[in-house]
Ligand binder design. Structure first.
Ligand code: GDP
Ligand code: IMO
Ligand code: MG
Length: 417
């Protein structure tokens, strides 16, 4: 049975949603396994655009189904809203989704806490404000609320009361929704979710199904935002790597392919080191042509050139076995493109940073390559070959537009040249 993981190979927003949606026709299940509504995965059904923050990027009019795995942190208000938007165009689509009862919930308190923490930080992270850090913090400190707790009202009330006392003490009474009110809200959201047809089923009960069919794992964020290996502390709080599939009961050894999605250039939204960042007019042009504004917060994304040391690091850290390159069309028409080929770290030139700290002190070393008119141009083929040789991972697919069908295999592209 085919099992593939699609993960971001840079700082997120590489086009994972589009790529997953393109592959979706060949898979029975599309599984999100980490992150929460900080993600914004853009897909098109025909000409209509949808941004999935929590829902896996299934084909809403297809036969495949979506699963929200236990490594996620789920904001029920957002989940209900997303299913409702989709259900307007695709009645009954809610029945195509199942959520693991072990997922931790993002509560209104967490979103408030996210803002309070950012305001207190000397160097804010530039979070999405979606309550992700505080929800994962509560999970680790054992104050979290799981979806399964909503099926035991007594336990839910006790846990919320306990958490409320701790939070109000730590934050000097700044939270506004008392536990009884929150419990009522959560129960209503749970009921609405069930009314929309979304199932609550765990990976344990799903194990026999997942193991007898094809599964596509949809990563969130990108390796350089990973809690453990990204540019800490300017990272998210969940796993952005293929090994996150363990929260759905799989080992990476069971995956046929770990596809890393990368843009033909690099972007980053939020604060933190970004060695190949460029703020010239060329970068401004790329931002406008590539519509580089955050799918979750609308913030302008920072723009930079392709960063091979970062990509090599991502390939090693997340065990990438193939690459999918997106948005090459955005660079169409540039006379030359710059590529960061190595970092100078403490006077030493290195191909791969050894630690996440290296990103903070790296000076980029660039090479300039000829640009291309369109992605059918031989210079684009040379660009891809250069990346493959430099990163030692093959590029399998090329995406050249935002729509689902604007994608092809590298071999087909070569045939057209
Ligand atoms: P994700 O978070 O990795 O799913 O990526 P986002 O959806 O946040 O951002 C990617 C943006 O680029 C979205 O607006 C997509 O519609 C768009 N996109 C994806 N692939 C391509 C491509 O090959 N070319 C162009 N021009 N846009 C693309
Ligand atoms: P997708 O899945 C890009 C960034 C935020 C911030 C940092 C921490 O769409 O690629 P958080 O709210 O998670 O605590 O924010 O991580 N970030 C993303 N950047 N794409 C994402 O997801 C992101 N999710 C979080 O901007 O810098
Ligand atoms: Mg995104």
């Amino acid at each position: 049975m085919k099992r593939v993981a699609v993960v971001g190979a840079q700082w997120g927003d590489e086009g994972k949603g589009k790529v997953v949606n393109y592959f979706a026709k060949d898979f029975e299940w599309i599984v999100r396994f980490a992150g929460g509504a900080n993600a914004g995965h853009t897909i098109y059904v025909g000409d209509k655009k949808y941004i999935n923050h929590l829902l896996p990027c299934i084909l809403p009019d297809g036969t495949g189904r979506g699963f929200l795995g236990a490594g996620m942190v789920v904001d029920l208000e957002q989940l209900v809203a997303e299913v409702e938007v989709l259900a307007k165009d695709f009645p009954g689509v809610g029945t195509k989704f199942a959520v693991d009862p072990e997922v931790f919930l993002v509560l209104p308190w967490h979103k408030q806490q996210d803002q309070l923490l950012e305001a207190m930080r000397a160097e804010p992270i530039g979070t999405t404000g979606r309550g992700i850090g505080p929800a994962y913090t509560d999970k680790a400190s054992r104050e979290g609320i799981k979806l399964c707790h909503l099926f035991d009202e007594k336990m839910l009330t006790e846990r919320l009361e306990n958490s409320w006392v701790i939070k109000q003490n730590l934050y000097r009474g700044q939270f506004s929704m008392p536990p009884a009110e929150l419990a009522g809200l959560l129960m209503r959201q749970r009921d609405r979710l069930l009314e929309l047809g979304v199932q609550v089923t765990g990976a344990v009960d799903m194990a026999h199904i997942f193991r007898s069919t094809s599964v596509l794992f949809e990563g969130a964020q990108g390796v350089l935002l990973d809690l453990d290996f990204g540019t800490y502390p300017f990272v998210t709080s969940g796993s952005c790597m293929a090994h996150g599939v363990s929260s759905v009961g799989f080992s990476t050894f069971e995956l046929d392919d770990v596809a890393g999605v990368l843009k033909a250039y690099t972007t980053r939204v939020g604060e933190g080191p970004f060695p190949s960042e460029d703020d010239t007019d060329v970068a401004q042009g790329i931002r406008e042509r590539g519509k580089e504004y955050g799918a979750t917060t609308g913030r302008p994304r920072r723009i930079g050139w392709l960063d091979l040391p970062a990509l090599r690091y991502a390939a090693i850290r997340s065990g990438l076995t193939s690459l999918v390159i997106t948005k090459a069309d955005v660079l169409n028409g540039l006379k030359t493109v710059r590529v960061c080929t190595s970092y100078r770290i403490g006077g030493v030139v290195r191909d791969v940073p050894s630690t996440s700290h290296d990103f903070f002190v790296a000076e980029p070393v660039y090479e300039e390559l000829p640009g291309w008119r369109t992605t059918d141009d031989v210079n684009f083929l040379k660009y891809m070959t250069f990346i493959e040789e430099q990163v030692s991972v093959p590029i399998t697919y090329i995406s050249y537009g935002p729509h689902t069908d604007e994608m092809e295999t590298k071999s087909r592209l070569i045939m057209n040249i």
